[in-house]
Design a protein around this ligand. Structure first.
Ligand code: GLV
Length: 331
């Protein structure tokens, strides 16, 4: 059986998940190929890796589009090592009879923690302060040195009050914040319990001291935050993006931060990704950028690896994967 059931893994993921696949390979159930390099496979390399594969375990940096799916008609499952799956053309996958899986739930709180880390770092200028000390500039206690903005009792605007947005809201309660949310689906029970007020996007932008993005990247949320939206924000506001880079117009954000339209930003994601090392955002003191690491805790990445490998093996074994994004594919 192993001869026919090829599984391609597009990067080395934690052993917790990889070992499940290695065991299946050892048992002769699958033939396993793992892309061993630090950098993702380029298009032609990805095509080579996926050739003849029944299952693929992919990362957000792998584009699985119609052309990739056309080339591999035997492919049954693409199991993404991420909760987001905007790197995969899901409609094309469904049309090709390919199951798409993701890793929801296990990274929710870890990602919310990271959004908070960015919020606090940007609001209180932590990276700038650390650079200041490292540069040997700390000469005395300064009455107006590195003044930031209060987080406690400030207004937090959450765009996308889904699983991660809700965890961000829970953390905000501890800071006695006023919490606003914008989402087309409204969970009134959660909002009432947590004291969250749903408002329009315009109202959220105008009233929030911190605006944090937690929506999926879809055609509707592509460049949701552009020049006009940034102009509606307070000049003292901080924008946090731990969702997807293209939700924000990078050029508009760069100008807004340069011109004082908004005060600071904390970004875990950028557009493009990675951001070019010489991009102006990289050098701005009021910008904190992390390299898309919001789910990067030891425990969470282990759980994601187990989940992604399990989804894949379930599909290969003819079972319904627990975390199937496109159930329509099963008819
Ligand atoms: C990471 O960005 C994810 O979607 O899990």
């Amino acid at each position: 059986m192993g001869e026919n059931v090829r599984v391609a893994v597009t990067r080395v993921i934690p052993d917790a998940g990889l070992n499940l696949l290695r065991d299946a390979a050892q048992a002769g159930e699958i033939e396993l190929e793992i892309w061993p390099h630090e950098l993702p496979p380029q298009n032609d390399e990805l095509a080579g890796l996926l050739r003849g594969a029944t299952g693929a375990l992919t990362l957000v940096s792998d584009r699985i589009d119609g052309a990739v799916l056309d080339a591999e008609p035997q492919l049954k499952v693409v199991s993404n090592f991420a909760v987001g799956f905007d790197n995969i053309d899901v409609d094309a996958a469904t049309a090709h009879g390919v199951m798409v899986c993701n890793t929801p739930g296990v990274l929710t709180e870890t990602t919310a923690d990271m959004a908070w880390a960015l919020l606090m770092a940007a609001g209180r200028r932590i990276v700038e302060a650390s650079d200041y000390v490292r540069a040997g500039n700390w000469k005395t206690w300064g009455p107006t040195l590195l003044l930031g903005h209060d987080i406690h009792h400030a207004t937090l605007g959450i765009i996308g009050l889904g699983r991660i947005g809700k965890e961000v809201a829970k953390r905000a309660r501890g800071f006695d914040m006023e919490i606003l949310a914008y989402d087309e689906y409204q969970d009134e029970t959660f909002a009432a319990e947590l004291g969250v007020t749903y408002v329009s996007l315009d109202e959220l932008l105008a009233r929030s001291d911190f605006v944090t993005l937690h929506c999926a990247l879809t055609p509707e949320t592509q460049q949701l935050i552009g020049r006009e939206e940034l102009a509606k924000m307070k000049s003292s506001a901080v924008l946090i993006n731990a969702a997807r880079g293209p939700v924000v117009d990078t050029d508009a954000l760069t100008e807004a931060l340069r011109d004082g339209v908004i005060w600071a930003a904390g970004l875990d994601v950028t557009d493009p990704e990675p951001i070019q090392p010489d991009h102006p955002l990289v050098f701005m003191e009021n910008v904190v950028i992390a390299p898309h690491i919001a789910s990067a805790s030891v425990d969470t990445r282990d759980k994601m690896a187990v989940m992604a490998a399990t989804n894949l093996l379930q599909a290969i074994r003819g079972e319904r994967p627990t975390h199937l994004v496109n159930p329509d594919v099963l008819g």
